[in-house]
Ligand binder design. Structure first.
Ligand SMILES: C[S@@+](CC[C@H](N)C(=O)[O-])C[C@H]1O[C@@H](n2cnc3c(N)ncnc32)[C@H](O)[C@@H]1O
Length: 250
């Protein structure tokens, strides 16, 4: 559905302020101009490392043993070298339990080893492809609301925030409060008003929940979609989840 909505050539610039793994940018691009951001500075730095030295990042990530001892050693050690840090980030995300990214209150990555049957570490060729897609993109570590200063009329902003409601039945749940609170959802709603005010387009994916439906009701198009959710801890909803997609593109 996103592919049908977003045709690469028709926007002045593409913005993705909740970049995460970048699957939408990577799957639908390349875009002529793109501004990609996330509040997770380590994630942005890892993308920069992949953009600047994809083969080296892959080589380092594959050279680490895919065993718990190496995993816990790397988890506890942060290199001073930016490319090694990018490889460490990639390695930890592909070796951790359910591919979760979680840090403790001191900002230290604390996800246990994943015991995966198949490790799907990206190859050098795959990272070279990612790097070529990132060439025209600006990468920034920042809060999503700050993206507005780069948005111009005719741009597209794709918004995929963390979901803070238990899908479909319960109200707001506590487990994600620190990650993305109701106050953040309200800030996101105000950001969308600003995007529309500029004359730009937005696509927002969010939990299919009445509270979300009400907050983001802006007289635009609301679609219901199903998406597979393979990432998440014990509290996350796994399997296919229904979600809302709001847009002023149609
Ligand atoms: C659902 S994920 C995005 C997934 C992404 N679309 C993908 O395909 O991989 C949400 C992202 O939002 C980021 N995030 C959480 N709070 C944020 C904030 N206040 N500002 C910017 N990014 C934030 C998280 O670090 C996470 O990477």
């Amino acid at each position: 559905m996103l592919r049908e909505l977003i045709s690469q050539g028709s926007f002045r610039a593409y913005h993705e302020p909740f970049l995460g793994g970048g699957s939408v940018f990577l799957g639908l691009g390349p875009f002529r101009r793109a501004v990609l951001s996330d509040s997770n500075a380590e994630l942005i730095e890892a993308f920069e490392g992949i953009r600047d030295a994809p083969e080296q990042v892959a080589e380092i990530a594959h050279a680490h043993g895919f065993d718990p001892e190496t995993y816990y050693h790397l988890r506890a050690t942060v290199s001073v070298d930016k490319i090694e840090r990018a490889a460490r980030f990639l390695y930890l995300n592909h070796m951790s339990f359910n591919g979760i990214y979680r840090v403790n209150l001191d900002g230290i990555y604390n996800v246990p080893f994943g015991r995966r049957k198949n490790v799907n570490m990206p190859t050098a060729d795959q990272l070279v492809d990612v790097a070529s897609r990132l060439k025209g993109a600006r990468l920034v570590a920042r809060d999503f609301a700050k993206c507005i200063k780069d948005v111009r009329a005719g741009d597209l902003v794709f918004l995929d925030p963390p979901y803070t409601v238990a899908h479909n039945n319960n109200g707001f749940v506590k487990y994600n409060q620190r990650l993305f609170s109701w106050d953040d959802q309200q800030r996101l709603s105000r950001l969308i008003d600003e995007i529309k005010g500029i004359g730009a387009y937005y696509v927002l994916t969010n939990a299919a929940h009445d509270s979300i439906g009400e907050l983001f009701e802006k007289g635009d198009c609301l679609l219901q979609t199903r998406r597979r959710n393979n990432i998440g801890g014990n509290n996350a909803v796994r399997g296919a989840a229904t979600e809302y997609l709001f847009t002023n593109l149609i």
